[in-house]
Design a protein around this ligand. Structure first.
Ligand code: CU
Length: 113
């Protein structure tokens, strides 16, 4: 019977450690997301670096419609009017070049590490 009495506090301690670890990981994932503003025919910042699993959100702050299209066909937004957003979650490491299909000289890059 003494084993039960000893095991319970140990189990509670292990559960508390496991719980606090998962909260920390979730906080880090949320903080890793990135924002890209589309303004005056350019993406800013032009290159963003994020960890695997991060979501990048583009917001069109221009008076003109733009798109966000991956050069390799990984993601493709619809035409985004003023103040409209597009988000994509990157699940694999790599370098993702993209451009605006309406104005192909507008280019940017997402580096996923
Ligand atoms: Cu454009």
């Amino acid at each position: 019977m003494w084993v039960t009495g000893l095991a319970m506090p140990v189990m509670i301690a292990v559960l508390m450690i496991a719980g606090s670890t998962s909260v920390t990981a979730a906080d880090q994932a949320a903080a890793a997301n990135a924002e890209v503003k589309i303004d005056n025919f350019s993406f800013g910042p032009q290159t963003v670096t994020v960890p695997v699993g991060a979501t990048v959100t583009w917001t069109n702050n221009d008076d003109i419609p733009h798109t966000v299209v991956s050069t390799d066909g990984v993601f493709k937004s619809k035409v985004r009017d003023t103040d409209e957003k597009f988000s994509y979650t990157f699940t694999k490491a790599g370098t993702y070049s993209y451009y605006c299909s309406v104005h192909p000289k507008m280019t940017g890059k997402v580096v996923v590490q």
